[in-house]
Design a protein around this ligand. Structure first.
Ligand code: SAM
Length: 499
C-alpha cells in the first residue's frame, strides 16, 4: 500500500508537483501577427479549415451582415468579402498587430469595416446573419458570457460558424507535423528557413499551451463545447473535430430569444435514455477492502497520468491521506465487472471536518460553524480507455455525489472543478460559482469552486435529468452508502437556514 503519512494531507486537488506555478501567461497576439501568415501558407491543416469555410459559404443564402470575431490577419474575412461582395462585413479584433496585417490584406475590399475591440466590448445589434469565430473563443475571458455575446449579435435564426481550439496545444506534435510537410515541399534547407522565419509561432504556441495548462485559456471536449453553445441559446446544426483533432467546428443556429433558455428535450431526453440503458449494465460499489482500494488508486493514476496532471511514480497508484479519513467514502462504477469510474466523498459536519476542498478554500469552514453540512466530492475519474465506448460514464459517476447528498441529507454540495467543467455543473446540476479560482504551488490548472444549496436545487435537477436520482426499477443503480455513525451527522432540519 502507498504511504498515507499525515504530511500529505495538505496536498490540494489535481496537483502536479513536478511543475512549479508561474504568473498567468497569455499569447502575445501582436508578436504572433508578424509571422501568423507563414502558418496560414505552410500549414495544411489551416488551409483545410479555410477551404472548409469557403465550401460552407457556398451552401448558404447570401448574408447581409457578417461579423468575423477575433479576425486575426483577416484570412476568413478575405474569403467572406470575396464570396459575398454585397455583404457588409465587420471585422472585430482587439490587437493592433493583427489589425494592421488584416487591413493590408483587405485593402481592395470596400465592404469591410473594422472594430478594434474585444468581443466583450462590442455592442450587440441582433442584426447579423452570420457570425464567425475561428480559434478565438478559447483565448477570451468567460466563455459562457462570450457565447452569449455572439448570440446577441445574431438575428434569430442567424448562423454561428465556430471553430475553437479545445485540446492542449502539443507544441512538439505540431512542430513535427509542420516540419515533415515543409521538408516534403521545400527540402531540408527550405524547411529550416521557414522554421527560422516563423520562430515566433513556436514561441506563441508554447505560450498558448502554458495558458491552457494554467486555465487562463479554455480547454474543452467536443461535448463540453456543445453544451456551452446550447446553453447560450444556439441549436447545433452540425459538429465535428477538425485541425488534426485539436479543435471543434460547430455550425449553430441562434434560437429565438423566447426559446433560448436551456431546454430538457430532445438533448435531455436522449441523454436520460442513454444513462438509463447504461445503468442496466452498471453497478455501484462502496470500496473498503485494501485490494479494492488499490485497484481504485491504480485507476486514478491511469486517469491523471492520461491527462498529464501528475508526475509518474513507481507504484503507479495515486492516493493521499484524505483517502483514509473516517468521513471518507469511496464509490466506484463497474461495468461488466470492470472498474471504469470512481469518486471520493467527504462528508463534513461538526463530527469530522476533514475535506481536501476545505483545506484549499478554508472560507467554507464558516458554513460548518453555522451548523451546515457539506459534501465534498473529489478525485472524480473515468477510465480513459472507456471514454470511446459511448457510455455516458460521466453521468453515471455524477450520480454518486447526487445520491450521496440525498442519502446524507447535506446542506451544501461542492464541486471543485477545472474551468472547462464549470458549464456542465451549472447547466445540469444547478451549481453556482462561489469563490474565485485558486492556484497553488505546483498546480497545473486553477480549481474553480462551485457550490449548490442541495435541497433547493434537488427537485429542479431531477425534473430536468431524472436519471441523477433513485431509479426504483433498476435496483443495481442504487448505492449502499455506509452509515458513518461516528463521523457524520446531518444538520437539524431548519437549523441551517435559521442559523
Ligand atoms: C489564433 S488567432 C485566430 C485569428 C483568425 N480567426 C484565424 O483563424 O486566422 C486568435 C485571435 O483572437 C483574438 N482575440 C483574443 N482575445 C479576443 C477577444 N477577447 N475578443 C476578440 N478577439 C480576441 C486575438 O487577437 C487573435 O487575433
Amino acid at each position: 500500500m502507498p504511504s498515507h503519512g499525515r504530511a500529505e494531507a495538505r496536498i490540494p486537488l489535481n496537483v502536479d508537483w513536478s511543475e512549479p506555478a508561474t504568473r498567468p501567461v497569455r499569447a502575445d497576439w501582436n508578436a504572433y501577427a508578424t509571422a501568423y501568415d507563414l502558418l496560414s501558407e505552410h500549414n495544411p491543416a489551416y488551409q483545410a479549415l479555410l477551404q472548409e469555410f469557403e465550401d460552407f459559404l457556398g451552401t448558404i443564402e447570401p448574408p447581409r451582415v457578417i461579423y468575423d470575431i477575433g479576425g486575426g490577419t483577416g484570412n476568413y474575412t478575405e474569403i467572406a468579402a470575396r464570396v459575398f461582395p454585397d455583404a457588409e462585413i465587420r471585422f472585430v479584433e482587439p490587437h493592433t498587430g493583427m489589425i494592421g496585417a488584416a487591413k493590408a490584406k483587405l485593402a481592395a475590399y470596400d465592404n469591410v469595416s473594422y472594430a478594434p475591440l474585444a468581443l466583450e466590448d462590442v455592442e450587440a445589434t441582433g442584426t447579423a446573419d452570420l457570425v464567425i469565430s475561428i480559434h478565438s473563443l478559447y483565448a477570451m475571458p468567460n466563455q459562457a458570457q462570450r457565447l452569449g455575446d455572439l448570440r446577441r449579435l445574431l438575428r434569430p435564426g442567424g448562423l454561428l460558424y465556430l471553430v475553437d481550439l479545445g485540446r492542449p496545444m502539443d507544441v512538439g506534435d505540431w512542430r513535427r507535423y509542420l516540419f515533415s510537410h515543409l521538408r516534403k515541399e521545400h527540402g531540408l534547407a527550405g524547411a529550416l528557413r521557414v522554421f527560422w522565419q516563423g520562430r515566433e509561432i513556436a514561441k506563441q504556441n508554447s505560450a498558448i499551451l502554458k495558458a491552457q495548462k494554467q486555465g487562463v485559456y479554455w480547454t474543452h471536449s467536443e461535448a463540453e463545447l456543445a453544451t456551452a453553445v446550447t446553453g447560450a441559446g444556439f441549436d447545433v446544426v452540425r459538429q465535428k473535430a477538425v485541425y488534426r483533432g485539436y479543435s471543434d467546428l460547430l455550425l449553430c443556429r441562434a434560437r429565438p430569444a423566447e426559446q433560448s433558455r436551456p431546454r430538457p428535450a430532445p438533448e435531455g431526453k436522449i441523454m436520460n435514455e442513454q444513462v438509463t440503458e447504461a445503468l442496466k449494465r452498471a453497478r455501484y460499489r462502496v470500496l473498503t477492502a485494501d485490494k479494492d482500494l488499490e485497484d481504485l488508486y491504480r485507476l486514478r493514476y491511469k486517469c491523471y497520468r492520461a491527462e498529464r496532471t501528475i508526475a509518474p511514480n513507481e507504484q503507479e497508484m495515486m492516493s493521499d491521506a484524505f483517502d483514509q479519513t473516517p468521513n471518507c467514502v469511496h464509490v466506484a462504477v463497474e461495468m461488466d465487472g470492470e472498474m471504469l469510474a470512481a469518486m471520493r466523498l467527504h462528508l463534513v459536519s461538526r463530527l469530522s471536518l476533514e475535506s481536501p476542498t476545505l483545506d484549499v478554500f478554508p472560507e467554507l469552514m464558516d458554513e460548518v460553524k453555522r451548523g451546515r453540512t457539506i459534501l465534498d466530492p473529489t478525485r472524480f475519474v473515468t477510465d480513459p480507455a472507456a471514454r470511446k465506448q459511448r457510455v455516458p460514464l460521466h453521468f453515471l459517476a455524477l450520480r454518486i455525489p447526487f445520491l450521496a447528498a440525498m442519502h446524507y441529507d447535506v446542506d451544501l454540495a461542492l464541486a471543485p472543478v477545472r474551468a472547462e467543467h464549470t458549464a456542465f455543473y451549472r447547466r445540469y446540476l444547478g451549481y453556482q460559482t462561489t469563490l474565485e479560482p485558486r492556484s497553488y504551488p505546483g498546480l497545473r490548472k486553477p480549481i474553480h469552486l462551485l457550490t449548490a444549496n442541495f435541497r433547493e436545487q434537488r427537485d429542479a435537477v431531477l425534473a430536468r435529468t431524472p436519471v441523477f436520482g433513485p431509479m426504483d426499477d433498476i435496483p443495481q443503480s442504487s448505492i449502499d452508502f455506509p452509515a458513518l455513525t461516528d463521523a457524520y451527522i446531518a444538520s437539524k432540519p431548519g437549523r441551517s437556514e435559521a442559523a
